[in-house]
Unconditional design. Structure first.
Length: 360
């Protein structure tokens, strides 16, 4: 009787252990599962709600630009020219925002130089204008310096930024139309390449660490996202601002200024930094999970530091008086202050944000 009781007791203990063990092996997420799910959520949110939505907006604006140029070509009034100029400026916004993620199809297919090379090769443009060839998107696609945003900008505004509707010739209108169609072909390509019902490059990111050939881990995808931010921040400070401000062995060189015909340079820089902000905060048309979600969870001080650096960079660029062309001559201290703020942002992204993401 005593032995039987002992066996029963051991049986109950064993059953209790087995039940506990089963409970520990159910589908409840472990700490690592939760971490992986959060990383995946940030990646998929940024892919679907920031990258794809920005490219969608870019394509929509490029369609509107092409239509505005067609309208101007048909009815060449000053009012329609101004509307075409506005459509160009509107299209620049999502493009500059998208420069915070110049990886994937935009890089592998050479879309960035096809759309945004500057300075414009005016001689090549004039050679086409003087020829008797029909000007088509395919004709101009062989020379990136005579196509894209800045070729369109040059034709709409002119060298001095004051071109009138009646000064735009029939051949220039033909070139404008070919260039706007070419631009929209590229924006459509970018949007389609990322969409799930298109090239579905989004899946390359979204399957990071789950079979993606390019990103063997979620951290690898997150590092790519951070590298995109570093790249554009560095380009704004050391290229877009530095090249016209301090060309080697020369006084200011406005010919190296991006978007100088339209005087849109400062807005370009601002939108580049706002593109960084969109990815970091996870915001575009709505709020989603961004890199800040990961940083704030473990290092609130760093999260606040990155946010403050972004805000300061934008504020200091906005504070540059007048046009950028004027400022590199007359307001150099303010330009240098803005440049320093962007350099500080780049340094922070490199020295603190990137190592933090790598350590997750």
């Amino acid at each position: 009787m005593k032995m039987k009781h002992k066996i029963l007791t051991l049986g109950l203990i064993t059953m209790s252990f087995m039940m506990t063990n089963c409970s520990n092996n159910d589908d409840s997420p472990t700490i690592d599962d939760s971490k992986d799910k959060l990383h995946t959520a940030v990646i998929t949110d940024l892919t679907g709600n920031i990258i794809i939505e920005t490219y969608k907006e870019l394509n929509n604006k490029a369609i509107a630009l092409d239509k505005a140029i067609s309208t101007f070509n048909t009815t060449s009034t000053q009012q329609n020219l101004e509307l075409a100029k506005k459509a160009w400026v509107d299209t620049r916004i999502p493009w500059e925002l998208s420069e915070g993620f110049l990886y994937g199809p935009v890089e592998t297919n050479g879309i960035d130089p096809a759309m945004d090379t500057w300075p414009v090769d005016v001689e090549a443009m004039n050679n086409i204008l003087k020829s008797n060839q029909k000007i088509t998107p395919s004709l101009i696609s062989s020379n990136n310096e005579a196509r894209g945003f800045h070729l369109i900008e040059f034709l709409l505004w002119g060298e001095d930024g004051a071109k009138k509707a009646e000064q735009i010739t029939a051949r220039q209108k033909e070139y404008l139309k070919a260039a706007s169609e070419d631009l929209q072909n590229n924006t459509k390509f970018l949007y389609n390449e990322w969409k799930s019902d298109g090239g579905n490059y989004a899946a390359v990111f979204n399957t990071a660490g789950m079979g993606s050939k390019k990103y063997p881990s979620r951290i690898a995808a997150l590092e790519e996202i951070v590298e995109g931010l570093i790249t554009i921040s560095d380009e704004v400070a050391t290229g877009k601002i530095e090249d016209p401000l301090n060309p080697e062995g020369s006084s200011p060189f406005p010919e190296k200024e991006e978007s100088r015909f339209s005087n849109n340079s400062k807005q370009d820089f601002i939108d580049n930094i706002k593109g960084i902000e969109n990815v970091y905060l996870g915001k575009y048309n709505k709020q989603v999970k961004g890199l800040s979600t990961l940083v704030a969870e473990k290092n609130k001080a760093l999260d606040n530091e990155v946010k403050a650096a972004i805000t300061t960079a934008i504020k200091d660029i906005e504070a540059i008086p007048g046009t950028f062309t004027q400022a590199i001559y007359k307001n150099r201290p303010q330009v240098i202050k803005a440049q320093n703020s962007v350099n500080e942002l780049t340094k922070l992204l490199k020295s603190k944000l990137k190592p933090f993401i790598n350590s997750l």
